[in-house]
Design a protein around this ligand. Structure first.
Ligand code: SF4
Length: 374
């Protein structure tokens, strides 16, 4: 039996306190039934209606919170996927090193700068450099890339999403001008982590990297895959606990989507419903954070990205990578990379966002503590 009043009480409490306890998180997450059987409840019609209303209650609270802080604005970031080589072998990932079918590519500095030039003309003021953990980009090469971008586009923010490095590597790139760093922790549970990664990778190291990034002053992003194989609601509760420790400035969550050339090829897709609910809960816990409506959300369902915004997300990341490499950066199958998901499609993206009552802006959109005051 679902206690709707209790669930609403918890939502109101997170809205006021901007934090959630383990116990409340589990009660709230268990109050919903998801589209992929992670929490089967066999509800009757009346209960289904109640749960639907509860979800809408949560969504409205989250969106009101985001509107209060960010107004009707949705920030856009230009994503440049500059290498799909990776030394790691994460079980779920389409560009893991054992995937011999992946067509590998690397962009040199000049290619990356051309992507920035195109993006700048379109109006982007944040570039996100994303890649596998590719040892080719040693500290010297990466420093040169970061410095070149920041010299030429000094009014833009630069986000890196290049995986686990030692503290010195992070420190030098920060000095060269990198502003932000995305490193999704994927799961904060050791047993779950070990089912998603080979034994030479460690959750402790990933957590350590996140702590180092915060210490160095990066605006730091983390997040999870929702509905990844073996994930439980208890795991997600632990993710809330970990995120509340890290206090991320950015949070990226998207549904797990299988890739055909990985050991998880036949696993079920992640949960759309659960992803949306988590976006809303995270918005209430971390009101100032920049939360993207991810490409994975747009891939799992047409209009999924817009739904993400309506549940509290406030960032979109169109693809600025050169056309010929976009289909090679496949972490999962059927990824959308053209149309309104691409930089060329910014106008159609703008229209889609206008249609749901929001305004796309190219502004840097940094994490700012004083947004609350305005
Ligand atoms: S998830 Fe990241 S680190 Fe793991 S194999 Fe894929 S690109 Fe490499």
């Amino acid at each position: 039996m679902i206690n709707i009043n209790k669930a609403k009480e918890i939502i109101n409490k997170i809205e006021t306190e901007e934090k959630i306890s383990k116990e409340d998180a589990l009660t709230l997450l268990s109050s919903f039934e998801y589209d992929n059987n992670i929490n089967i409840k066999n509800l009757n019609d009346e209960e289904k209606e109640e749960v639907k209303n509860l979800k809408e209650y949560l969504r409205i609270k989250a969106r009101e919170k985001a509107d209060k802080i960010f107004g009707k604005y949705v920030f856009m970031r230009g994503l440049i996927e500059f290498t799909n080589y990776c030394k790691n072998d994460c079980i779920y990932c389409g560009i893991r090193k054992s995937n011999k079918n992946a067509e590998r590519y690397r962009l040199i500095k000049e290619d990356i700068l051309s992507c920035c030039e195109l993006g700048y003309e379109i109006g982007f003021r944040t570039f996100v450099l994303q890649g596998g953990e590719d040892p080719y980009y040693n500290l010297e090469i990466m420093s040169d890339i970061v410095e070149s971008i920041k010299t030429k586009y000094s009014d833009c923010a630069l986000t890196l999403s290049i995986g686990e490095k030692d503290e010195e590597y992070y420190r030098v790139l920060k000095e060269k001008g990198a502003d932000r760093f995305l490193l999704r922790h994927e799961t904060s549970d050791n047993i779950h982590y070990s089912k998603l990664h080979p034994s030479n990778m460690s959750l402790e190291n990933r957590k350590e990297c996140l702590r180092n990034l915060k210490k160095l002053g990066y605006q730091t992003g983390t997040g999870i895959m929702v509905g990844s194989p073996y994930q439980t609601l208890e795991n997600i509760v632990d993710d809330f606990v970990f995120m509340q420790e890290i206090k991320p400035e950015m949070i990226g969550i998207g549904p797990f989507l299988p890739h055909k050339d990985t050991p998880f090829a036949n696993e079920k897709k992640g949960e759309l419903e659960l992803t949306l609910i988590l976006i809303s809960i995270l918005r209430l816990i971390f009101p100032l954070s920049l939360i993207p409506a991810t490409t994975a959300l747009g891939t799992i369902k047409e209009g999924g990205r817009e739904m993400g915004i309506l549940y509290g997300a406030n960032v979109v990341m169109p693809n600025l990578s050169p056309m010929d490499v976009r289909k090679k950066y496949l972490l999962y199958n059927d990824k959308i990379a053209t149309g309104s998901e691409s930089a060329e499609g910014v106008e159609s993206l703008r229209k889609n966002i206008n249609n749901i009552g929001y305004i796309l802006t190219g502004k840097r959109g940094d994490y700012e503590l004083n947004r609350y005051k305005s």
